[in-house]
Structure formats: structure tokens, C-alpha cells
Ligand binder design. Structure first.
Ligand SMILES: Nc1nc2c(c(=O)[nH]1)N[C@H]1C(S)=C(S)[C@@H](COP(=O)(O)O)O[C@H]1N2
Ligand SMILES: [Mo]
Length: 161
């Protein structure tokens, strides 16, 4: 009896732990449908930049990774390759609550954008709160934060032409 109970308990712990780990992952899907899973530790180990923004009329300092660097982990090339039909590519971003936003892929390219879009993992020196993180897009070039999508789980590139 005790043994069966402890096996069930262990199973439960494993399920809960793996669900928590899943939430720390991010899927990037390229135009061919190839899925790359990026882990939180991969993102942590990339060079970080900061974005000083005004959020709810209050200054906030986000830290994160340039979106272009996250996309590079999934083999998505920007820069010189961004010409011709590649300029029709759309980045569709999905969140845990079902919210979605779209960027033109070119907006994520530092060669095009004045203000680099980042995948933030910290706000004012602390990891993002669960309802905001673990990852949130911060686009300092956008005056309204409607595309600053919280709880990002998926990024999909769609060729519009
Ligand atoms: N996942 C997710 N991200 C989201 C939203 C949402 O509903 N879900 N709302 C957007 C909108 S419309 C705004 S104005 C801001 C609000 O940011 P806040 O949560 O810091 O208030 O988040 C944006 N990011
Ligand atoms: Mo909003």
C-alpha cells in the first residue's frame, strides 16, 4: 500500500516537474514547418541587452536577448539574406493564454530596425513574474505595448508570398 502510494506520488512529481520545464521552452517554426525547441537555459546563456522603456507611465528596465539571436538558434538568417520574397515573411508569436501578435520578420532585423526587438527574461533585475514570463517580447520602437506579448511559447515564420 505504502509502496503503491509512493510510486503514484513520484509519478505525480515527475508530471508536474516536466510541465514546469515545458513552460520554460519556446518553439520556433520555420517556413518549412521545421520545429526547433529552445530551452530557457539556451536563452540565459546568450548575450543580453537592455531596453529602457516607459511601462504604465513608469520607467522599466527590461533585459533580454535580441530576437534576431533567438531566431538564429533556429537557423533563421537575417541581414544580407533579407531581400526579395524574404521581405514578405511574417513572424507570428503565440502566448500561453492564446494571445497572438505578428511582426514583419524584417522588423526583427537590427539592419532594418532603429530599436532592436528583444525577448526579455528580466524586468528591473528580476526574472519575469509567471503571468508575464518566463519570456516577453519588448519592442521599444512600438509606442503602444499591445505587441509586447507576455508568456511567449511559440514563434512561427510564415512566407506571405
Ligand atoms: N500574452 C499576452 N500578452 C499581452 C496581452 C495579452 O492579452 N496576452 N495584451 C497586450 C496588451 S493589449 C497590452 S496593452 C499589454 C499590457 O501589458 P501589461 O500586462 O504590462 O499591462 O500586454 C500585451 N501583451
Ligand atoms: Mo492593450
Amino acid at each position: 500500500m505504502i509502496k503503491r502510494h509512493s510510486i503514484l506520488w513520484t509519478l505525480c512529481c515527475v508530471l508536474v516537474a516536466s510541465a514546469a520545464l515545458d513552460a520554460q521552452e519556446l518553439k520556433v517554426i520555420n517556413t518549412e514547418g521545421r520545429v526547433t525547441t529552445i530551452t530557457a537555459s539556451q536563452i540565459t546563456s546568450l548575450p543580453h541587452v537592455t531596453a529602457d522603456v516607459i511601462d504604465h507611465n513608469t520607467p522599466a528596465k527590461f533585459e533580454g536577448v535580441p530576437l534576431s539571436a533567438v531566431l538564429a538558434l533556429a537557423g533563421i538568417q537575417l541581414g544580407d539574406t533579407m531581400r526579395g520574397p524574404r521581405l514578405t515573411e511574417v513572424l507570428l508569436v503565440g502566448a500561453a493564454d492564446g494571445y497572438h501578435v505578428a511582426y514583419a520578420l524584417a522588423e526583427t532585423d537590427p539592419a532594418f530596425a532603429v530599436h532592436e526587438i528583444i525577448l526579455a527574461d528580466k524586468r528591473d533585475g528580476k526574472p519575469l513574474a509567471p503571468k508575464e514570463g518566463p519570456f516577453r517580447i519588448v519592442a521599444p520602437g512600438d509606442k503602444r505595448p499591445a505587441r509586447w506579448i507576455r508568456q511567449v511559447t511559440e514563434m512561427k515564420i510564415i512566407a506571405a508570398q
